[in-house]
Design a protein around this ligand. Structure first.
Ligand code: BG6
Length: 460
């Protein structure tokens, strides 16, 4: 019999809770995955909200008026700055003596320290099993991430800490692991002998969308590359783990991060480029801001498998289209055969489309049916059908089950900050930021950045 648990959500009236967490909990509830959940305690700062008003918020969020599901919820008013409000929460929680506690911090990063301290102190009186879930961004730079880890460790053990990166819950991201390690045909070519370079992109057509308070302090490198894209890189580049075990898998990912060649401060312009979309200041009512809404970085992994092979990571807002993808570009075919093709030969690629749809693309040269003996590039794609499970749902279930494979470990988070830190430092001191037109593919500097390596940005 599994342990009964309660969930406590900090930031229960915020966007994340309303857009993601409640719908995901409802989906789990309908699938009978919350049968052991005996209470969900939502907290928020709004003082005068009564139960009925909270139920209205819930109803809007889950798009259903399910009385049984709503009955699982309690709302506790909590101003994160006020220690006395934590006592209210403590009183409510103390009704659940034997249950496991799951605390979900769906709040802005500046609140983490306060919540952890207050929670940690009052939990000292409770021997209950507990888990704490922390949203990204985990820290603001290497120093603050180390500090936050230290603080957490005062009160929680590593196996109680779930640092979320929702990209790891995405279907196709998990399929990179599946495709690599459950098909023998890929292992032999998954290395520097066959691969020319790898592109990992998260392009968005939306802008900052009302999140300026957060985004302007953070920028694209912190928002997307330090976490989501470096995580994908580690899955693409990792060695096969010894077993399907959370420690073994995370160990392999960390080894990749440790092998990334350090970018020295003075080398940053050769390895990273940024941009800001035209109109960012006007749209967001700012006089001045150097925050990048576009960033591209080139990493090298210094190990036997990847030495010399560039990994290009890029992300941007207000670009021409939404596309999240990984494109593995193989070397050009050598010699005679490349000359007899009746069109320009293209490199083979394996592409993983992560958004907007799930797809794997293979690009071959192939003789078309009924064509001449010569070949043409022939993209072949595989789309698999089935319910597209929301990343947060996968991750929430793992939290309940206590599986940390898809969560970021302490050493992993610190290493990924260390990797981007010189770029953050350099950009902080550089007042010149290239501007790009909205709804294009980003700044011309980013085109030049990859073109000088004799390559081009790819799309699926
Ligand atoms: C978030 C970033 O982590 O990921 C956002 O903070 C970004 O800026 C979002 O828009 C993209 O995630 P998804 O799942 O919509 O591709």
């Amino acid at each position: 019999m599994r342990k009964k648990f309660i969930i406590v959500i900090f930031g229960g009236l915020g966007d994340l809770a309303r857009n993601k967490i409640y719908p995901v909990l409802y989906s789990l509830y309908k699938k009978y995955r919350l049968v052991n959940c005996i209470k969900i305690i939502s907290t928020g700062r709004r003082p005068n909200i009564n139960k009925e008003e909270f139920y209205m918020i819930l109803k809007e969020s889950i798009k259903s008026e399910d009385k049984n599901f709503s009955a699982l919820f309690d709302f506790v008013k909590l101003d994160l700055e006020k220690p006395e409000d934590y006592i209210n929460l403590k009183n409510v929680i103390s009704n659940y003596k034997d249950e496991e506690y799951i605390f979900y911090l769906a709040t802005p990063p500046f609140t983490f320290e306060n919540i952890i301290k207050n929670l940690g102190e009052f939990l000292k009186d409770y021997p209950n099993k507990k888990k704490i879930v922390i949203e990204k961004p985990f820290g603001y730079d290497l120093e603050s991430a180390i500090k936050l880890n230290k603080l957490l460790k005062n009160y929680f053990k590593e196996d109680e800490i779930y640092r979320i990166d929702h990209f790891l819950g995405k279907e196709t991201v998990q399929n990179i692991f599946g495709l690599r390690f459950s098909n023998i045909i890929f292992e032999g070519i998954w290395n520097r002998n066959f691969i020319d370079h790898i592109q990992i992109s998260a392009l968005e057509d939306i802008g900052v969308e009302g999140r300026l308070g957060y985004y302007d302090k953070v920028g694209a490198l912190r928002d997307m590359i330090q976490n989501h894209l470096i995580q994908i890189l580690s899955i693409i580049a990792m060695e096969p783990p010894c077993c399907i075990d959370e420690k073994a898998i995370r160990d392999e990912k960390v080894k990749v991060l440790k092998s990334i060649r350090e970018i020295k401060y003075e080398e940053v312009p050769n390895f990273a480029v940024r941009g800001q979309y035209k109109g960012y200041l006007k749209d967001e009512n700012l006089n001045k801001s150097n925050t990048e809404t576009y960033a591209a970085v080139k990493f090298y992994i210094e190990n036997i498998r990847w030495d010399g092979i560039p990994f290009y990571l890029r992300t941007g807002k207000k670009l021409k289209k939404k596309e999240t993808s990984v494109i593995i570009v193989f070397r050009k075919i050598p010699g005679l055969f490349s000359k007899i093709l009746d069109c320009i030969p293209q490199e083979n690629i394996i592409g993983f489309k992560i958004a907007p749809e799930n797809k794997i693309v293979l690009n071959f040269q192939l003789r078309p049916l009924g064509g001449s003996i010569l070949s043409c590039p022939m993209p072949t794609s595989m789309e698999w059908s089935g319910p597209n499970i929301e990343a947060y749902e996968t991750l929430f279930l793992d939290i309940i089950e206590g599986d940390q494979t898809l969560f970021i470990r302490e050493d992993e988070i610190e290493k990924s900050w260390e990797i981007v830190q010189p770029i953050l430092d350099f950009w902080k001191n550089d007042p010149n930021i290239p501007i790009y037109e909205s709804y294009t593919y980003g700044p011309k500097e980013a085109e030049e950045f990859i073109r000088k390596d004799d390559r081009e940005w790819r799309y699926l």
